[in-house]
Design a protein around this ligand. Structure first.
Ligand code: UDP
Length: 368
């Protein structure tokens, strides 16, 4: 006799949404995670009464009404709006690229002037059809902004030249001819009051969770406990890397408590030059308009990933796309196992898309 209807491997967003819906529908479910905490990479830890985003800043934003209603059932969201500041060798610029940025860069005052300036720089660069990130960036915002605000940051972030990177990475960022510093084009945005960990705890309320256990170390034991498995770990690791290793970018965070109430006056400051070794500094208290006497900051260093490091960003190139497709074909043949989430699907996922995808799986499983 099997004990559980579902075993969920991984207590991040994808796994927690699935587990929550399964339980709600009367299914028995066990969640396991190899880390000592729930939440996956959205995990927040309280330091000096500040919710620190331990695996990097996560700002919730979505256009999906269903997803927004879903998360609001487990947390109240504040009105935080992401407006990072770019620091280029001491010059400050507004992000994303908007009329404030164009004014700071060129002194232009009207949208027409800004558009003309960009068009002129695009023409000078001779770009008609952008083939890579560099050309895409120049054709969107011109050469000056590309050189001061994009090139250095992006090459630090991805560890390779902009003309060898796919254009879509930069299409994540809006370009606006209005005075609007909101980083996201999303209908809904905010940070869960009390931290993401609390939200995940609420989702997993009443569900059995075992931490510090690595599914693949004792796969047979865990497999015997459930009829079906939802696996949110790395897809290549599941198959013991038999076809090769999928590549990631990793990040190292240098987190410090400072005895001052305000270090940089904003949640995110991007260092967009090539020389500063970190890409950005996050001051966590500003996600929640903190009034604590101290502050916690994290410097973010982008790293080449090697097997055993924490994986963050999938590297979308031809080699990895092809390798993933091969693993996916293997995964499709695993009858009792469903692969999902950032690591299970090897995908540069925003949080809302992960939740939408997990809810979709619930539907396929007859749980909604
Ligand atoms: N980017 C940039 N300058 C910035 C911020 C972002 O050039 O100041 C580019 C960079 O290529 C980055 C991409 O935009 O990889 C996407 O940035 P986003 O902030 O969406 O990345 P994430 O928050 O996922 O790390």
């Amino acid at each position: 006799m099997k004990k559980y209807d579902y075993l969920v491997v991984g207590a991040g967003l994808y796994g927690a949404v699935f587990a929550q819906q399964a339980k709600k529908n009367g299914k028995s479910v066990l969640v396991i995670d190899k880390r000592p905490h729930i939440g996956g990479n959205v995990y927040t830890k309280r330091i000096e009464d500040i919710h620190v985003h331990v695996y990097g800043a996560h700002i919730f934003h979505t256009n999906d009404q269903e997803v927004w209603e879903y998360v609001n059932a487990f947390a109240e969201f504040n009105r935080f709006t992401n407006s990072p500041v770019a620091n280029y060798r001491g010059e400050l610029y507004s992000l994303p690229f908007n009329m404030y940025t164009f004014n700071q860069m060129w002194g232009v005052v009207t949208p027409q002037e800004a558009e003309e300036k960009i068009l002129q720089q695009k023409r000078e660069a001779g770009i008609t059809e952008p083939k890579n990130l560099e050309e895409q960036a120049i054709s969107l915002v011109g050469k000056d902004i590309y050189e001061k605000l994009i090139k250095g940051y992006t090459e630090k972030q991805w560890g390779r030249p902009c003309n060898e990177l796919p254009a879509f990475i930069i299409q994540r960022l809006p370009v606006r001819f209005t005075f609007d510093n909101n980083y996201f084009n999303a209908k809904y945005q905010g940070i869960p009051i009390g931290g993401y960990t609390k939200m995940l705890e609420n989702m997993l309320d009443g569900i059995e969770v075992r931490l510090n256990v690595d599914y693949l170390d004792e796969k047979e034991y865990w497999d015997a406990l459930a009829d079906k498995i939802v696996y949110t770990g790395a897809i290549d690791r599941y198959f013991d890397y038999r076809l090769g290793v999928l590549e990631y970018r990793s990040v190292r965070f240098e987190t410090e408590v400072l005895d001052t109430p305000n270090f940089q006056g904003n949640a995110a400051v991007n260092y967009t030059d090539a020389e500063t070794p970190y890409t950005r500094i996050i001051e966590h208290k500003w996600f929640e308009f903190g009034t604590q006497p101290k502050t916690v900051i994290s410097r973010e260093y982008s790293l080449e990933w090697k097997l055993g490091d924490e994986p963050y960003y999938p590297i979308n190139n031809e080699r990895n796309a092809k390798l993933y497709a091969e693993y996916k074909a293997l995964a499709d043949r695993e009858n009792q196992v469903i692969f999902g989430g950032r690591l299970g699907e090897y995908k540069y996922y925003d949080m809302d898309a992960v939740i939408a995808s997990s809810l979709q799986l619930c539907r396929r499983e007859g749980l909604r």
